[in-house]
Structure formats: C-alpha cells, structure tokens
Write a protein that binds this ligand. Structure first.
Ligand SMILES: Nc1ncnc2c1ncn2[C@@H]1O[C@H](COP(=O)(O)OP(=O)(O)OP(=O)(O)O)[C@@H](O)[C@H]1O
Length: 326
C-alpha cells in the first residue's frame, strides 16, 4: 500500500472516469494485500465506511465481513438501509447487531454530555470486540480513514475509526481511502453505485442522536428526535434545501411545557430545529429558512410526533452556540 503522504502528482478525483481508474487500481492493490485472508469492517452506513465496504466487496467479495451495530442512536431508516444496500443488493457478508437495549440501558440516567459520549464510544468498542472474537481467521481490519484524518492525527486529534481495540485484536489495517479528500470519496461512492442519500449524507456525530436527545436519554424523547429529524429532512429535501444547507437536525430537551391539542391540555416536549452553514465547522451561520416552511414543518411535527407540543427554531450562530447542543 501507498504511504501516508498524498503525492503532489495525484490528480483530484472529480469525474466518474477518474473514480473508475481509482477503483480499478484499488481492487488490484487490495487483492494483492489481502490474498485469500479475511477482512473485518465496522460499517456505520456513513459515507466513508460505506465506500470502503463497496470497494472491498468488489475486490474480495465474501472474504469481507461487515459488522453494523444498531445502538438505537441512528437516524430513522438507517439500519434498514445498511441491510438493504449491503446484504440484499451487494450480497455482502453482513453481521447486523441489535444492541439497542444494551446501549440505552447503559445510558439510562446519564445526563452529562461527555459521559454520554464516553459510554457510547466504549460500548461500541465492546460490542465490536465481542463480534470480532466470534469470528475465525480474520487478519485485516478495514477502516474508512480519509486524508483529513491523517492530516489531523498529527498530534492534534486521536485517530478516529475503530481505535481502542485490545492488544490481542490488533489486525493489520486496510485503508483504501486514506489519501482521498471527502469530495473524492463521494465521487468514488457514486461510481461504486451507492445510493445518493448515503453518498451525499450530511455530517452526523459519532454518538448519533444520543447528543440530540439532550440530558439523560429516554426512549420517548429519543423517538421524538428520530421522528422529527425525519420530517425535517423530508421537508428540506422537498423544498430544495437538501445539499444547500450544510447541516440540519432536531434536538429534544429534557423539559416539558403546557400546550393544548384537540381542546385538551397537553404537557409535552418541545422540538428544537437547527439549520446551519459553515465552511470549516469552526464558525457557523444560521440558514434563513423561509418562514412558511418553518410553519409547515412545525404543523407536521406537532401533529405527527408523539409527546411533542411545540417547535422552536435555534437562531444562534457559532459562536456563541456550537453546532450541536451537546
Ligand atoms: N453503528 C455503527 N456500526 C458499525 N460501525 C460503526 C458504527 N458507528 C461508527 N462505526 C465505525 O466507526 C467509524 C468512525 O465513526 P464516525 O462516526 O467517526 O464516522 P465517520 O468518520 O464519519 O465515518 P463514516 O462516514 O463511515 O460513518 C466508522 O467509519 C465505522 O467504521
């Protein structure tokens, strides 16, 4: 495999033809590196690990074992889409782990954001480790490392991906995207036939909806986050804002307010909408969403999502607010 420095002569992958050339080259390099051995991949359904999966399926087929962990904090439809695309359409060797109860039990009563993140990260490693131990003869671990990860890992940020596996599970790494920038990964993903909503997915934090269900996570509020997020995404897509706005999502705080529905008093949660634009995530501005659209989304959320009686729009740029609430 190549080293960790992108050669100056390497052309930026911007067209299907360049993507195909990259894919062909990677397929032969991956076959050479892996031989007849098995490769393990933690497949989140995000862009990076999905493109790695699609490449490896082309290169080594059934020698790739994908593990997808449903920790209950994924967006609506995501675990189903991973199974549909990779197992049903691409015929991948996919292990689907339903760890929802396990994660939610561990998180019960934990309100502190950093603690929540740590629990989610540690539990993910534990689940992945358990699955890895059940498998025989794995010699390689594939990762969706991309070039910005390499650049940032120079002492600035711990290398992302599946770090933290115990010593005896240190596999040889397979990182076919490690010299690519995100826009190139998307072009390659498209050329590999992955669906647009996977390839052009907006950034999603590692702990997923867990940091958008504010404070101690409860199942009712987690469902309210998931359902309201799905409505927001649907409406942004329908109204030409998908792909235009950098990131948009909903959050549900852990307090209730009084409302009224069908002539009866309600006592339910508010949903907060956040929609921001940024170049580098260091600063962000708030999207000027048309007021009529906000009203329409509010009407849908308050009538379709259980346990919700209000919708708020977050008008705060970064700084002083961060993009996520936790
Ligand atoms: N629910 C999950 N199931 C399986 N693997 C996961 C899951 N969540 C994260 N991972 C693994 O951990 C890696 C890092 O996750 P992170 O959330 O930081 O995503 P990322 O860097 O945006 O990558 P991706 O685009 O693949 O999600 C992923 O690439 C994937 O290999």
């Amino acid at each position: 495999m190549q080293g960790n420095v992108r050669p100056e002569t390497m052309e930026r992958i911007t067209t299907p033809e360049l993507a195909q050339a990259f894919i062909d080259e990677q397929i032969s390099e991956l076959r050479e590196q892996i031989g007849d051995k098995k490769v393990l991949l933690a497949l989140s359904g995000g862009v990076d690990s999905s493109v790695v999966a699609a490449l490896l399926i082309k290169a080594v087929g059934q020698q790739l074992v994908c593990v997808h962990v449903n920790h209950g904090l994924l967006r609506k439809g995501e675990p189903e889409q991973v199974v549909e695309v990779f197992r049903n359409q691409m015929n991948a060797n996919l292990i689907y782990v339903d760890a929802v109860d396990r994660f939610l039990d561990k998180l019960a009563g934990v309100a502190e954001p950093e603690k929540k993140r740590k629990i989610i990260g540690a539990e993910f490693i534990r689940v992945f480790e358990e699955e890895a131990r059940k498998l025989d003869g794995i010699e390689f671990l594939a990762q969706g490392t991309i070039y910005p990860d390499i650049l940032e890992s120079d002492g600035v940020k711990a290398h992302h991906n599946v770090g933290g596996l115990p010593e005896d599970l240190q596999f040889e790494l397979v990182e076919p995207l490690k010299l690519l920038f995100k826009d190139e990964v998307r072009v390659v993903g498209k050329a590999l036939g992955l669906p647009d909503n996977m390839v052009f997915r907006q950034p999603f934090p590692g702990p997923g909806l867990g940091v958008r269900c504010l404070g101690a996570i409860t199942r009712d509020r987690l469902e309210a986050v998931r359902e309201s997020d799905a409505i927001l995404r649907e409406e942004f897509a329908k109204n030409g804002l998908e792909g235009k706005v950098w990131q948009y999502f909903t959050a549900v705080p852990d307090f209730k307010s009084v409302g009224v529905k069908d002539g009866k008093r309600t006592f339910a949660y508010p949903v907060i909408i956040r929609a921001v634009n940024t170049k580098d995530a260091m600063t962000a501005t708030v999207e000027n969403v048309p007021f009529e659209l906000l009203q329409h989304i509010t009407a849908r959320i308050t009538s379709e999502v259980e346990n919700v009686n209000r919708v708020l729009y977050d008008l705060t740029p970064k700084p002083s607010g961060t993009i996520e609430w936790e």
